[in-house]
Design a protein around this ligand. Structure first.
Ligand SMILES: Cc1cc2nc3c(=O)[nH]c(=O)nc-3n(C[C@H](O)[C@H](O)[C@H](O)COP(=O)(O)OP(=O)(O)OC[C@H]3O[C@@H](n4cnc5c(N)ncnc54)[C@H](O)[C@@H]3O)c2cc1C
Ligand code: FES
Ligand code: FES
Length: 1335
């Protein structure tokens, strides 16, 4: 039968949330997510990345499983799943499991009550991952939950409350759960957090919807399996039902892609812009989907999903002897580290092999054991080959023919004379691709330790998975002993070379990993030989700590949160100080909360996609949009010529580039089309000709070299230069803190709607500063500001990234909307967002420090440099905060700080939680540690010794009145049992050479308020309706931080009414004018005070009525007021009193208080590192944080944990790397790693400082959003402490440098043992340019 005879079906039949869908025009290019969101308007599932890396799009698929005679439920990433792949499946989305209008699902209820959502953008995906787990296992273990959450990210919460909420499902006791009866008595006015009195039912899946009978029936009937073909705009999808059809199709379309999970091909098409016109899906072909045990091992069909492979291999490993299943166990271990659950549920083993990625996790194993691969083609039939050094022939190329299809893989059993182990090192342990991976297999002459054969395969060391052929040959016949170890390490060093410019970078680290892995394998094999009785324990030098995981890794997660209870006599309606959940929580967990891109399309709405520069610094010679304009659905190309107002927005850069580009990502124009997909494709067709301009300045060092600075700011206290003369020691050094990507889960987006009258424009935006957007839009449109209305309901996270950089899309969008007279929607893809919008400023500090032998620091001069990127944006403000925070908690009597902002050719950096403060505070801990190391003292002693006390004058001139950092510090030392733990760690390190532990305690002082005096003002509008309900508007935006919840609490207390009659609809420039950005942690302070003022005004108007009618209800009171014509609305305004702006940035002198008050905290973190790989785990973190009298302790704890997690990312995992020519390499969650669930400290305790009211802010509270972020640097310095011990063991004492972030690479290299020393680049590499630079 020729493939032409295949049955053709244009109807795709599937179910969504129990409803049957028949789609007659299913396009293979459409993803399930796009269809759910756009066609079915089920917008609960979110688009966070489009590349399977964040889990925001997670839905559950149920499919009839003929083998087991029941449906199989599994979570998938709807952003990668092709719509046509769900034929005959049931899809469940977050909307399908519960709703606020009907009934919440238990997952949704528990997550909301445990405060597990903040901005809520990640939440539906997290709910659905958990849902899929529960559908498979009613009572999961904590390990099951950890595994199922590997593919989900949250940028707000710090994960702890999510884990705590889901932990309730691990208990089988239901009503008898120990948590229910356990009432913890408040002690010293503290209460244990969490819902100890909440009654949770055991989860019962009998309430869940049944699998659609129609699908069950058709799953059972073989006759219902038909070959399918879906023909779309550009792509045809074939789905044959037997091998013959499959081979014929491949013969007919040799270029066709075989697609199973689409986790490779989907990325190639949607992210990399590749076009494949023919796709063949083999998911219904039996031969590719079966798994069986055979004599020599197991045979696995190439299209079997990795999750199915895992289940099957687990069942085999249970039945067989340990030695036999060594390969199987290596694969199982590797699968635990392979992507996230959603990917493993769909990605197939054949796809991993045939993609031939040099960092494939399975290929090194299959190569090391010589797995057999069966291929078939219609022309040559079947052929079996062994995977060996000849199989991979180039980057993503295999030694197979185009028409061949991989049918199955045979994985061998091993014997007791074999030893096998696989290794993987990545930036983040979970859900990350390998930096280097390896599989090693040694076969011994029977019963001996004489090597018969050694196979070593590496991934990440070349363009292909490759074997260490020379080394492998040389060892045959050798005995497994120390000499062999020594020889193999030096041969591997010779053989596994990488040149300095090798793609992927980290050259020295990768080379050190090669020998470090072998060192581990050597000891692992010794242990196996010992177990087999081949060697005796007294004859070998075995070190088990080399082999195993970090011991901390297996610790069970625990956490506590404590805060001060509200006074007993506080009214029950009054929620101030109570841990009430986020008011949007229930809408977020059900997917009902609406974000910008969830707004239904407007009539005639068009989509805009930016066209941006691919050069860092160049003249634009020509822009030719013609090919793009001819593409389907394209309406227009918009550029500088369409801006009728101002194109140059000063500090915020240009709307569109004008003649010149100054960074990769500089917006040149925009394509407007009928769909986003069309606009994306067309945007790639715009032809731009450039002429490079030199120099191209990418890094801070480049800027220093070329003297490229935009501004300089000074701050002075005393006379440092003079004081150096009086110091016992004066040393100089440098410290660096890397940049950071915001990675808010909702990318920047807006909808601009032009109005017919008076040039009015309405903009819905996910911005932190509606007034700023209004001002920029009016300027580029050339209209008065009163014509532009900006509306923001909520953001899916902002963290500073949406404080000003929203302009990158809102300015082009309003320009296009004006030009075309149509609503314009622009939603950046994750990749565009990361490339274009900039992040946290990287910092370099050069400092000179003078101190006495007792540790007293007397003088300090610091030159701070920040990489501002290609426009001013907020860099000046960021540097002022950095300069003012350069002392952290330390009283250095003579201090001179100079901040210089580097103008470079990277995307403009901008505000990011902490606004420059964390960078300079991390640097302060660097010089404190340097002093301690130089004097051979404990850093904590030097910290305590130099800490401020009340009455001291801080660097920015304020006199300390209630300096609580010391109290936080002492409580933190006490609660963490610091001194005993430190002793235990020292003992541990004495006997452990390759696993080290470290501990650090860090204090913090953070000045609250905007550095610019005029921004410290808040505004609110309170409206009361005659039914007694209250509508509140204020100048802040809700971005997950719980601002609206707190503001409702404030209004509730001020008006004396319960919170459930108060509502906030949105933040709009038409209700509150000239609002400051929601930033600087000060929004609760300024808007809260403004709300209180407005409420107080109304209450004083009501006062006479209340006096004469003391017993009427609130509604009656309001009605009476209305009848008596008393105004029921009021505006409130607040300006922070007592601030100065008398800081001379040139001389560095200040007079008065720049900030309203200071917020304090302290943190103790303990870590464990694997010296051989650089991997680390945070064992325990204790935080004590001063938030004054908390307005809402649950929200404040959430902010602290979330800030800590983000700070932890800053100082460990998150590293932005640019190419030397200015492209950001680390784009998307695949390349840029934010902390995941598994990065939460194993024991995570947060304590709010008690009895510390703050008279300067609303209801005695304090700011909380930014200050705790810096406390994560306790992890950085704990890591440094651990490294110090490793260095001592390697023969090195004294000070050493550890810049932030302490990535696995930095940790490994800082340990500087022989493996690292021998991995040094050779001399002939001088002059080569590294693949990546750190801006
Ligand atoms: C978020 C994410 C995380 C990831 N993490 C990891 C990781 O940790 N480790 C890792 O190794 N990989 C990882 N990957 C890569 C990818 O998931 C794997 O390579 C996966 O196994 C590919 O399978 P698939 O079914 O999705 O392939 P598809 O995208 O469906 O196909 C991939 C390629 O294989 C070819 N192919 C598939 N089957 C056959 C066949 N039978 N015969 C011939 N050619 C065939 C296709 O033509 C195509 O070129 C990750 C990918 C993503 C998106
Ligand atoms: S949007 Fe699908 S995984 Fe991120
Ligand atoms: S709540 Fe998870 S990303 Fe915001």
């Amino acid at each position: 039968m020729s493939s032409n005879q295949l049955a053709i079906s244009d109807s795709l039949i599937f179910y969504v949330n129990g409803k049957k869908i028949v789609e007659k025009n299913a396009d293979p290019e459409t993803t399930l997510l796009t269809y759910l969101r756009n066609n079915l308007r089920l917008t609960g599932s979110k688009l966070g990345c489009g590349e399977g890396g964040c889990g925001a799009c997670t839905v559950m698929i149920s499919k009839w499983d003929g083998r087991n005679g029941k449906p199989r439920h599994f979570a998938v990433n709807a952003c990668l799943a092709p719509l046509v792949s769900v034929n005959k499946c049931a899809v469940t989305t977050v909307e399908g499991i519960g709703s606020t209008k009907t009934k919440l699902h238990e997952i949704q209820e528990r997550l909301a009550k445990f405060h597990g959502s903040q901005c809520g953008f990640c939440t539906p995906g997290i709910v659905m991952s958990m849902y899929a787990l529960l559908r498979n296992k009613q009572i999961p273990s904590l390990k099951d939950i950890d595994t199922c959450m590997q593919g989900n990210l949250c940028r707000c919460t710090g994960y702890r409350p999510i884990i705590a909420g889901f932990e309730t499902f691990t208990c089988a006791m239901g009503k008898n759960c120990c948590k229910i009866d356990k009432k913890i008595k408040p002690t010293e006015q503290q209460i244990e957090a969490e819902h100890t009195d909440t009654k949770w039912q055991a989860y019962d899946d009998s309430q869940e919807p049944i699998f659609p009978p129609e699908l069950m029936l058709s799953g059972k009937l073989k006759s219902s399996f038909r070959s399918l073909k879906y023909v779309g705009e550009n792509v045809t999808w074939h789905q044959p039902t037997n091998l013959q059809q499959l081979l014929l199709l491949k013969n007919e379309h040799p270029e066709a892609k075989i697609v199973v999970g689409n986790t490779e091909v989907g990325i190639e098409m949607h992210i990399k812009g590749r076009n494949y016109s023919q796709i063949i899906s083999p998911t219904n072909v039996k031969e590719l989907n079966c798994m069986e045990e055979i004599d020599e091992g197991v045979s696995i069909g190439a299209a079997c999903s990795l999750s199915d492979v895992e289940q099957f291999l687990k069942s085999v490993s249970k039945k067989r002897r340990k030695q036999e299943t060594q390969v199987i166990c290596s694969i199982l271990e590797m699968l635990e580290l392979f992507a996230g659950m959603q990917i493993r549920n769909v990605a197939c083993i054949g796809g991993n092999i045939m993609t031939a990625s040099p960092i494939s996790d399975l290929n090194p194993i299959l190569l090391a054991v010589g797995a057999k691969l069966t291929f078939a083609s219609s022309s040559s039939g079947l052929r079996e080959i062994q995977m060996d050094e000849n199989f991979f022939i180039g980057y993503r190329k295999t030694n197979t023919r185009k028409d061949e299809i991989l049918i199955s893989i045979k994985i061998p059993f091993l014997t007791e004379d074999d030893v096998m182990k696989a290794f993987k090192q990545s930036k983040r342990k979970e859900d990350d691709i390998a930096i280097v991976n390896s599989a090693m297999h040694v076969a011994f002459e029977p019963g001996t330790k004489t090597i018969k054969k050694l196979s070593i395969a590496f991934g990440g060391m070349a363009a292909i998975t490759n074997a260490a052929k020379q080394t492998m040959k040389r060892v045959v016949g050798r005995s497994w002993d120390e000499r062999l170890l020594h020889d193999v390490c030096s041969w591997l060093n010779e053989e596994m070379k990488l040149s300095l410019d090798a793609p992927g970078g980290m050259v020295r680290y990768r080379r050190a990993l090669v020998t470090s892995f072998f060192f581990k394998f050597y000891h692992y094999t010794l242990e196996a030989l010992l177990e087999n009785g081949v060697v005796q324990v007294e004859n070998i030098n075995i070190s088990r700590e080399i082999i195993g995981d970090l011991t901390a890794e297996n610790e069970q997660f625990t956490s506590t949160q404590t805060w001060q209870e509200v006074p007993e006599d506080q009214d029950t309606y009054d929620t101030i100080g109570r841990p009430i959940p986020h008011l949007s929580g229930l809408k977020q967990v059900t997917g009902e909360a609406q974000y910008i891109d969830d707004i239904p399309p407007y009539r005639e709405e068009l989509h805009m996609v930016l066209v941006y520069s691919t050069r860092a610094h160049a003249k634009i010679i020509n822009v030719d949009p013609t090919p793009a304009l001819e593409y389907t659905g394209v309406v227009s190309f918009v550029d500088k010529n369409d801006v009728i107002g101002k194109n140059d927005l000063g500090m915020y850069g240009e709307v569109f580039a004008d003649g010149k580009v100054s960074c990769v990502g500089h917006v040149i124009g925009a394509i407007v089309a009928d769909t986003q997909a069309h606009a994306i494709k067309a945007s790639r067709m715009v032809k731009i000709t450039y002429e490079d301009i030199l120099p191209r300045i990418i890094t801070i060092d480049d800027a220093i070299l070329h003297n490229s600075f935009s501004s300089t700011i000074k701050l002075n206290k005393g006379n440092a230069e003079e004081e150096f003369k009086n110091c016992d020691n004066v040393i100089e050094d440098e410290a660096r803190v890397g940049g950071q990507e915001h990675f808010y889960m909702e990318t920047q987006c807006c909808i601009a709607i032009p109005k017919n009258e008076d040039g009015e424009m309405e903009v819905f935006s996910s911005c932190q500063h509606p007034t700023g957007l209004q001002s920029m839009a009016a300027t580029c449109l050339g209209v008065q500001r009163n014509k532009v209305t900006v509306r923001t309901k909520r953001l899916g996270g902002g963290f500073g990234g949406k404080e000003s950089r929203f302009g990158v899309i809102s300015n082009p969008a309003v320009t296009a909307a004006r030009k075309l007279g149509k609503p314009i929607r622009c939603v950046l893809t994750r990749q565009e967002d990361m490339q274009i919008t900039g992040g946290r400023h990287p910092f370099l500090a050069k400092y000179k420090i003078g101190f006495d032998n007792d540790g007293r620091i007397k003088a300090l001069k610091i030159d701070l440099y920040s990489n501002g990127g290609n426009s001013d944006d907020l860099s000046y403000g960021v540097m002022t905060r950095a300069v003012t925070h350069a002392d952290n908690c330390y009283n250095v009597p003579h201090m001179e700080v100079t901040g210089r902002i580097c103008r470079t050719n990277i995307a403009s950096n901008t505000a990011f939680r902490g606004f420059g403060g964390p960078q300079s505070m991390i640097i302060s801990e660097s010089w404190i540690t340097k002093v301690a190391e130089t004097l051979n003292m404990d850093p904590e002693m030097v910290r305590a010794f130099n800490m401020y006390t009340d009455g001291d004058k801080v660097l920015h001139g304020s006199i300390l009145k209630q300096f609580k950092a010391k109290r936080c510090w002492e409580e933190c030392l006490d609660k963490s049992n610091f001194h005993n733990t430190q002793k235990e760690i020292r003992e541990f390190n004495k006997t452990s050479r390759w696993k080290k532990r470290g501990i650090a305690c860090i204090p913090s002082k953070y000045s609250v308020g905007f550095g610019l005096k005029h921004l410290n003002q808040g505004c609110a509008l309170v409206l009361i309706y005659t039914d007694g309900t209250v509508l509140l508007s204020h100048g802040g935006t809700e971005m997950g931080q719980g601002l609206d919840t707190k503001m409702v609490q404030v209004a509730s207390r001020s008006l004396g009414v319960p919170i459930d009659i108060i509502h906030i609809s949105e933040c709009s420039t038409s209700s509150v004018p000239n609002a400051s950005p929601t930033a600087a942690s000060t929004s609760s302070d300024i808007n809260g005070m403004a709300i209180k003022e407005a409420c107080d005004k109304i209450m004083s108007r009501l006062q006479p009525l209340r006096k004469s009618h003391p017993n009427i209800t609130w509604v009656e009171l309001i009605n009476k007021a209305y009848m008596e014509r008393i105004s029921l609305s009021a505006t409130g305004f607040y300006r922070t009193p007592g601030l100065t702006d008398e800081w001379n940035h040139k001389t560095g002198t200040v007079s008065g208080d720049m900030f309203s008050y200071l917020a304090y905290g302290a943190a103790v973190s303990q870590v464990e590192i694997d010296v051989l790989t650089g991997h680390h785990v945070v064992l325990k973190t204790d935080l004590v944080v001063d938030v004054g009298n908390s307005l809402n302790p649950a929200i404040d704890v959430g902010q602290i944990e979330g800030a800590f997690a983000q700070g932890y990312g800053l100082v460990t995992l998150e590293e932005m790397l640019h190419s030397p020519s200015g492209h950001l390499w680390t784009v998307g969650p695949g390349a840029y790693k934010i902390p995941g669930f598994a990065n939460t400290p194993k024991h995570f305790n947060v304590h709010l400082l008690r009895s510390c009211p703050n008279e300067k802010a609303i209801y005695s509270s304090k700011a909380v959003g930014e200050p705790p972020l810096f406390l994560a640097s306790s992890v950085l310095y704990a890591i440094k402490d651990a490294i110090k011990s490793a260095r001592v063991d390697a023969g090195m004492t004294g000070a050493f440098r550890l810049d932030s972030p302490a990535t696995a690479e930095r940790i490994r290299l800082a340990c500087e043992d022989d493996f690292v020393r021998k991995a040094k680049p050779t001399e002939d590499e001088n002059g080569l340019q590294a693949w990546a630079v750190r801006a």
